[in-house]
Design a protein around this ligand. Structure first.
Ligand SMILES: C[S@@+](CC[C@H](N)C(=O)[O-])C[C@H]1O[C@@H](n2cnc3c(N)ncnc32)[C@H](O)[C@@H]1O
Length: 381
């Protein structure tokens, strides 16, 4: 059995959540860097990580690492890697993504073309071929250069892992599914506690929470690039990993998850997405203005992503909207409020300083995850 160093990129600021998930899945974390967690694993780990990790962006196999301060270094370093261990003679290969930070080499298109030439050169010698048909399976390469250190990897995932396959329809500003899952994991919410998203949009928080409650693996209903690499991960390994995930599902778990939105069209979209995810029976959807938010029980959680004012007229309405949310929150006995937004007037409008606040990059957008914590419920006898 071959052992790999696997790299899982994630949202900046959420590395600790992903690290915990990887350890819980049974693997040893070897390195944590900004926006990526590395771990050791075999073919089974590639399948299980793709199917099971809720907060990763993708799963990469590290092919090698070397220093490069010139394109010649990049060419020689890339040519020195054992591409033939991964790419068959009919494989289609290209550098799908090149990123560079604080390095001499920074032009993505030049990095991509130099590396492709070096890979062709290497494989030409190994396979004794002048030209490659490239009509077989795909082998997308990803390269990350940090302070002139080049990390070369193969992408086993394909479409980013945040694409679970359930969100066919989205809101104006949907939150990525893996970001929503990570934020829920940062709270003490658990399936036996109440969760309300009063600005549910396409339903992402509610659906991700329901998937966690029912132990439905996020990748159970989608495909991955490495499913077409039988020489690396066999069909049996994939079948076993999917079977293991299916056996762990428990859709009968009781939940109190509520998803509201002012816009009835959004509520319909959220409901349809939940149906596609197989968790519509676990979520109560309703068209409701946040000003009417209430709940008879104690110790619930609001986890939400309110409007943050993409348009000017929306921006003007934000203070009043966040004040209303703050008032409704105050009226809920012993609740906790967690919200992610790029709007900076949150604490003033809610009327209290957050107990915790975490900076999170949602793509290029700097956002904060404000955490207003309520008391813990008394322990049950
Ligand atoms: C940033 S989006 C939420 C996106 C959501 N997290 C998702 O993943 O699709 C904010 C949502 O708040 C809703 N909204 C705006 N004003 C509202 C109000 N007064 N009460 C309830 N919902 C409101 C909008 O219709 C929109 O769907």
């Amino acid at each position: 059995m071959k052992h790999y160093e696997l790299i899982a990129p994630c949202h900046f600021g959420l590395e600790a959540v992903l690290k915990k998930e990887i350890i819980d899945l049974g693997y040893d974390v070897t390195e944590v860097q900004d926006g990526r967690v590395s771990f050791a694993g075999d073919d089974e780990a590639i399948a299980r990580a793709n199917i099971g990790l809720r907060t990763a962006e993708r799963i990469l196999i590290k092919v090698g690492q070397f220093e490069a301060t010139s394109f010649e270094d990049l060419f020689q370093g890339t040519k020195g890697l054992s591409w033939e261990d991964y790419i068959p003679s009919d494989g289609k290969f290209w550098v799908a993504k090149a990123a560079s930070v604080k390095s001499k080499l920074f032009s993505p298109s030049d990095i991509q073309s130099v590396m492709k030439k070096a890979m062709v050169e290497r494989l030409r010698q190994t396979y004794n071929l002048e030209t490659f048909p490239e009509d077989g399976q795909s082998f997308p390469v990803r390269v990350f250069i940090h302070k002139d250190m080049v990390t070369v990897s193969l992408d086993t995932t394909g479409d980013s892992l945040h694409k679970r396959g359930y969100r066919k329809l989205t809101a104006k500003a949907p939150i990525a599914e893996n970001l929503a899952a990570a934020l829920i994991m940062l709270t003490p919410w658990h399936a036996d506690r109440i969760l309300v998203d009063p600005f549910c949009g396409s339903g992402t928080f509610a659906i991700e929470a329901a998937l966690m409650a029912a132990n439905i693996a996020p990748g159970l209903n989608r495909k991955f690039t490495a499913m077409n690499w039988p020489h690396i991960v066999s069909k049996k390994v994939w079948d076993d990993a999917f079977e293991e995930a299916r056996e762990e599902v428990n859709k009968d778990v009781e939940t109190d998850i509520q998803a509201y939105d002012l816009d009835p069209a959004m509520v319909n979209i959220a409901r349809e997405n939940a149906r596609l995810a197989g968790v519509d029976h676990m979520i109560h959807f309703q068209t409701r203005d946040v000003k009417d938010l209430s709940h008879p029980k104690k110790y619930g959680f609001i986890i939400t992503n309110p409007p943050y004012g993409e348009r000017l007229e929306e921006k003007e309405a934000l203070p009043a909207l966040y004040k209303t949310l703050g008032e409704r929150y105050k009226s809920l006995d012993s609740w906790s409020l967690y919200l992610i937004t790029s709007y900076e007037g949150v604490e003033g409008d809610i009327g209290r300083k957050a107990d915790k606040n975490r900076k999170i990059y949602n793509g290029m957008l700097k956002t904060y995850f404000y955490q207003f914590m309520g008391p813990k419920p008394p322990r049950r006898k």
